[in-house]
Design a protein around this ligand. Structure first.
Ligand SMILES: [Zn+2]
Length: 111
């Protein structure tokens, strides 16, 4: 999660600084931050070839920091949630204003 925060520091965005770390079987496979075009989650996934990972044991960490580098709510938006779900990502950890939360996408019923 600290790494995701470090990624967030590199975001050029003034207010919404998001960072993302993607692990597969507990090994880091990609990291990224939000850009003008992409949310951090999408940007990070764009760096890997999903087809190479047959066993999709991915965990995604998303962090957001404010200008003072304090952790802020970084729950993936609806678009990113459906993207993550589509590629079978189950475990998502995200920063909140007071810590860390885990989201299990497979338990969310689609609307
Ligand atoms: Zn998003």
């Amino acid at each position: 999660m600290e790494l995701a925060q470090q990624q967030a520091l590199q975001s050029k965005h003034d207010i919404f600084k998001h960072g993302c770390v993607l692990t597969h079987r507990n090994k880091i496979v990609a990291m990224g931050h939000n850009t003008m075009r992409f949310h951090a989650e999408i940007y990070t996934f764009n760096q890997i070839d999903l087809k190479r990972y047959r066993n999709r044991n991915f965990t995604v960490y998303v962090a957001r920091i404010n200008r003072n580098s304090d952790a802020r709510m970084s729950k993936p938006c609806k678009n990113c949630q459906s993207f993550l779900k589509k590629v079978n990502i189950n475990n998502v950890f995200f920063s909140t204003d007071n810590g860390l939360e885990k989201m299990n996408l497979c338990s969310i019923i689609s609307e």
